[in-house]
Ligand binder design. Structure first.
Ligand SMILES: [Zn+2]
Ligand SMILES: [Zn+2]
Length: 273
């Protein structure tokens, strides 16, 4: 065990709620690959539990958004947390890695949760860059409005760069993919795990240093991979945001209901492959 005994050791789970069949060429900046195999994408939310509290990292999208974007909707990510014994009212905090539609929907289902987001991300999502379809395409304005409403309702905590959310739960500003993307670093029984979200969609984006095509600032994205590596205890402690391989690498928690078997894994346990 590498964990620091002075810090809490949290449970961390990935829950898949949607999927999308797509070719490899959609997942790398042009020129990455001469052939064009299938390379499907999974959509996750992540749960941190410990010290009698629950933090949800990102909130997914709903069935209507799935239909609008032609994604395969598997389950409501919020309702499905019941399979881990978590009711929506148990979620005191939501850490939003960035405001893209697949990470920041469903906030209406969590009216009591405190939202933690980089100030820079809300500036980006409401500022002049959103005049450009290139940059606003992956945002849904209703999600952005929900966060702005949260500001006026006193339920938003702004992160300014690298921020401690609680003992053993930290965020780090990466940018790149969006201007204010943050990753989440969690202390577990196996050491510091980093939920990379869209700092690296797939293991391969980071390992091959080949950016995903939705990117605001390529230099920040590339530098972000080094930062993510430095924050994690090893390469085996980095969890990409959309890679189906996550569900194959990590063990499932005990006691899952039948419909969640193969859909939820424990990231605080060592990978099994
Ligand atoms: Zn994104
Ligand atoms: Zn995403």
């Amino acid at each position: 065990m590498r964990h620091d005994t002075l810090l809490p050791a949290y449970e961390v789970y990935a829950l898949r709620y949607a999927a999308h069949d797509r070719p490899r060429r959609d997942n790398f900046i042009a020129g990455s690959d001469p052939h064009d195999a299938a390379m499907p994408m999974d959509y996750f939310v992540w749960v941190i539990r410990g010290q009698g509290a629950v933090w949800l990292v990102d909130t997914g999208f709903n069935a209507e958004m799935a239909q609008r974007r032609a994604r395969q909707f598997l389950r409501c990510p919020i309702a499905s947390l019941a399979g881990l014994g978590i009711a929506p009212g148990d979620i005191g905090h939501v850490i939003v890695t960035h405001l893209h539609y697949d990470h920041a929907g469903n906030l209406d289902l969590l009216p009591k949760a405190r939202i933690h987001i980089q100030q820079r991300e809300l500036h980006y999502a409401t500022g002049c860059q959103m005049c450009k379809p290139l940059f606003r395409a992956a945002f849904a304005v209703e999600d952005v409005i929900e966060v702005v409403k949260g500001v006026y309702a006193d339920r938003v905590s702004f992160c300014h760069g690298d921020t401690r959310i609680a003992p053993g739960i930290e965020t780090a500003l990466i940018g790149g993919h969006t201007d204010g993307l943050q990753v989440v670093r969690v202390h577990t029984q196996r050491g510091w795990v980093v939920l990379a979200s869209d700092a690296s969609h797939y293991y391969e984006n980071m390992d091959a240093e080949m950016p995903y095509p939705i990117v605001f600032h390529v230099g920040d994205m590339v530098a972000g991979w080094d930062k993510v590596r430095a924050l994690a205890d090893s390469a085996q402690h980095v969890v990409p945001g959309h890679d189906p391989d996550v569900l194959r690498r990590y063990p499932a928690p005990a006691g899952l209901p039948a419909d969640l078997v193969g859909e939820v894994v424990s990231l605080h346990e060592a990978p099994v492959r």
